[in-house]
Design a protein around this ligand. Structure first.
Ligand code: ISL
Length: 597
């Protein structure tokens, strides 16, 4: 049986602080723009509580040069002045706790910023006590040409070699992400101790848990061997030598034992692993490691997976979605693991634009379809800011200058070098940026139709000359929180109802079983959740819920495989709940009190 836990019954809402809301109008000196801040979040706590979420996860707000939007931390114990102060942070935690909500921090400890004092010391000399906190290796030289080469062929996830040469000591250091994000050497016990200390520091300050950035990359294979050669050229992925490495589980247990002392929440981000058994080793309920992990099958449904990067498109097919959802829901449920369903975050395109139809006609319906499909799955559900408002990708008309993310910026440079005259290829990549570029999810939250304050993102008293760090989507005049909160038929209210259903029927949606139906249908993704606890004398038949989603714009006839039904929530075109119930009753007999959605 599934052990009960508060975090299993919770719903998580991810905030991307830079794009949520600004209250202080602090100008970023590097470009003169404004990012959201902690006080802005505090202003919206009642909105979040109204939506019905329990845990707020904030993308990083710690001190950072912001090369990768805070995923490059230069001081783990200081709030970045762009986002506010430690008092603001404490007020946020208090505000959440006062509303019965919890607070989850982003823990980025695979790497630091190159501006962190540890790295500054480490790079200063080969004998510095911090030298071994990072990966330093001497160059290799090509026998034929004498050319200096990095210690191995690993490619950085943001393009180019994963090694940077440092003039100061004439050696290379490893950075799986940007050059400014050197990887910490977890094999050094002093590094582990430093991370454990900072975990305790934040837990003691009232943090309720952590989302752990690329946590499956912290154990690298000793010797850092060359990656398997699978494509022409020097650089290769190397992932097989650093994803889920040999000491990963030992390190996760080290963190897990601290978290257990505090009954804290944890979710690990685990890119590059698609094997359920591998993930179970980190999230099995008897393992003492993580509570749950993000899997990446779900964000590759429109990506050609046999290509060198994620910038090659394949068409979305609901059959693939069904396969991925069945794979993770069923496996984790049957094997004592826990799951973390999500479809959006700050690294992904908006789900309506990727998997449904973001035209005005279908946008709201698409939002609701995805809400029901995702929101009633097994696991702890994650909602990303703006998802509840049916926010969509950046407009087609936006030029590349609107894109701020290091990943797209670096890739576009490579494209111009590799395909300088191939306009067709360039257009293909641009199209893919518009679909899955990380900027798509980073435009400011759309609070109001007001243009002067950029959809309510800026404070009313913000100086006239300042702008948000990213342009606001022009559709905010129609699509915004103010309008949706006022309209009972909006995507926002539909999300509220779905999240409420989850809570009302915990035995079905949190602790119940999962079964995917109709494995072959081209458009309908249908699953059943059901209360699996033993029947009692009072309750002979346990309740079930069928979740049906039609991923096409066509009307589809689909036979409901149950005997009696009530509609819990329904978005069928032109039909009111009563009509649908009547239709169902036309071909099913009265029976066991099953529930339908
Ligand atoms: O979007 C991706 C790159 O193609 C993802 O693979 C992403 O880089 C990966 O999921 C890791 O993401 C996390 O760590 C990165 C940071 O840039 C992301 O924002 C963060 O979510 C490095 O810290």
């Amino acid at each position: 049986p599934i052990q009960r836990a508060w975090w299993k019954e919770s719903i998580v809402y991810q905030i991307y602080p830079a794009s949520f809301k600004s209250a202080r109008s602090t100008v970023d000196k590097t470009d003169g723009t404004i990012k959201g801040d902690i006080r802005g979040i505090i202003q919206q706590l009642d909105y979040l509580s109204h939506l019905g979420v329990d845990i707020i996860w904030l993308s990083p707000i710690l001190q950072s040069p912001q090369v990768d939007m805070g995923y490059d931390i230069s001081d783990y114990r200081a709030i970045d002045p762009l986002y506010g102060t430690m008092e603001d942070h404490d007020a946020l935690v208090a505000g959440l706790h006062a509303r019965g909500m919890k607070y989850v921090m982003d823990l980025v400890v695979n790497h630091t910023s190159d501006q962190h004092a540890w790295f500054q010391a480490s790079r200063s000399s080969k004998t510095n006590p911090y030298r071994d906190w990072y990966f330093w290796r001497p160059p290799r030289y090509c026998l034929k040409t004498g050319e200096r080469l990095p210690p191995n062929n690993w490619e950085s996830l943001f393009g180019g070699s994963a090694w940077a040469f440092d003039e100061i000591t004439g050696e290379y250091y490893l950075h799986l992400f940007a050059t400014e994000q050197p990887d910490l050497n977890w094999d050094n016990p002093a590094v582990r101790k430093a991370v454990h200390d900072l975990i305790r520091f934040w837990l003691d300050k009232g943090v309720d848990g952590f989302r752990m950035d690329v946590i499956n990359l912290i154990s690298k294979e000793p010797g850092l061997p060359d990656g398997k050669i699978v494509r022409p050229g020097f650089l290769q992925s190397g992932l097989q030598h650093y994803a889920c490495g040999p000491r990963l589980h030992e390190y996760l247990r080290g963190i897990g034992s601290i978290l257990r002392e505090y009954d804290a929440f944890s979710v690990g981000e685990m890119p590059g692993v698609y094997d359920t058994k591998e993930v179970l080793k980190a999230v099995g309920q008897d393992r003492g490691e993580l509570a749950m992990a993000f899997q990446f099958d779900i964000v590759r449904l429109d990506v050609a997976t046999d290509k060198p990067s994620k910038w090659y498109h394949r068409d979305f097919d609901p059959k693939d979605l069904r396969h991925v959802v069945a794979k993770w829901n069923s496996f984790m449920l049957q094997n004592g693991g826990w799951h973390a369903p999500f479809m959006e975050n700050h690294d992904q395109g908006r789900s309506i634009s990727r998997y449904c139809d973001d035209s005005d006609k279908y946008r709201s319906k698409s939002a609701k379809l995805l809400a029901a499909h995702m929101g009633l799955q097994f696991g702890t559900v994650f909602v990303y800011q703006g998802q509840e408002l049916a926010q969509i990708n950046v407009p087609e008309s936006w030029g590349l200058e609107e894109y701020k993310d290091i990943e797209v910026v670096n890739h576009w440079k490579e494209v111009l070098e590799e395909f300088p005259d191939d306009k067709e290829m360039q257009e293909k990549f641009k199209k893919q940026y518009r679909l899955i570029g990380r900027d798509c999810a980073r435009t400011p939250m759309q609070w109001t139709p007001d243009e002067k304050t950029y959809a309510g993102f800026l404070a009313h008293n913000a100086p006239e000359s300042v702008k948000p760090w990213m342009s606001v989507h022009p559709d905010h005049k129609v699509w915004n929180a103010e309008a949706q909160v006022a309209d009972e038929t909006s995507a926002f209210h539909y999300w509220r109802r779905i999240l409420r259903l989850r809570k009302e029927y915990k035995d079905i949606f949190v602790y119940g079983g999962f079964e995917m139906l109709d494995m072959k249908h081209p458009f309908v993704v249908a699953y059943v959740r059901k209360d699996d606890s033993p029947a009692t004398e009072q309750v002979a038949a346990k309740k079930k819920c069928l979740v049906l989603a039609n991923f096409s714009a066509k009307d589809i006839w689909w036979t409901v495989p149950v005997q009696a039904a009530d509609i819990l929530i329904d978005e069928s075109a032109g039909l009111k709940s009563g009509d649908v119930v009547q239709e169902l009753r036309n071909y099913i007999e009265d029976g066991d009190g099953a529930i339908e959605a």
